[in-house]
Design a protein around this ligand. Sequence first.
Ligand code: SF4
Length: 300
Amino acid sequence: MTAAQAHPLSVRFEPRMCDQHVVDLTLDCSFACIYCPFADRNARAHGVDRPTAVDCSRLEELTPPAAVFLSPASDAFAPQAAGQTHALLEAWLPRGTKIGILTKGMIPRRTLDLLAEFRDQIEGIAIGVTSLDERRNRSLEPGSPPATERLRNVDRAAARGLIAGVRLDPLFPEVDDAPEAMDAIVAECAQRGGRGIIATYVFAWGRYLKRLRREPVVAPSIAHLTEVAPMAGGVAYSVPLARKLETYSFLAERAHAHGLTFGTCGCKDLRLAELETTFYLRCRWPAYLPAEDTAGFPAP
Ligand code: SF4
């Protein structure tokens, strides 16, 4: 029995990710972002020590969920996952499943064509680009394509009538949150036909916090994680709430100036929900959020 056969595809409900069903097409992730606790933890839980495709051979036997997010602890368009992701989409889109995607990879054209056939079921395609500084990206996200390549996904999705945008996550204080750097990404998104921006500051705890403190590129940044923030499912070290508010308000203002939406993940700091903000507190695409979550914000 191969490792892939030993780990069949599974669908699980994840209340800490905006109450969604989620699927991972690989265990571990070859993009190897140094800040990522999720891929590593999921891999260790399944006893694997390298990116390993899960077994999708019984895909047809699974009952597809009404909606699913790809992916919580891997990247659906990492090289080991892209073929399986296409197979999953081919099986589930015709059965009515709505799809949300976050990727730092390249979405193959044939997969974009497939998504476009079912565009009313695609909640949004978020392309992960926190910085246009390729030196920073090579250090922090060593296995993923350059940011300029990733951004091409936005053009290609927009050209097919799909809702796409850019997600700055995680934002490292001092490294990523200079106004002109964030503004440049917002402008890139708008020029490429994107519809919205999502951003969330880095948070860390335990062994992941210790690991980041040892990384020369981000160690000075991690010194700014001085506050313990309440999150869905626990607490983690994070930048002070005032800095979040300032940065997210700036991003909202710049996004709105370009006709884009802006949101941050409210699950990553529950205190935000008690404040009046000019942005969404959800990281699912605003166009598909319940009306009560989108009232008062510009339509995408
Ligand atoms: S692409 Fe996503 S899942 Fe993969 S290592 Fe980076 S943060 Fe983790």
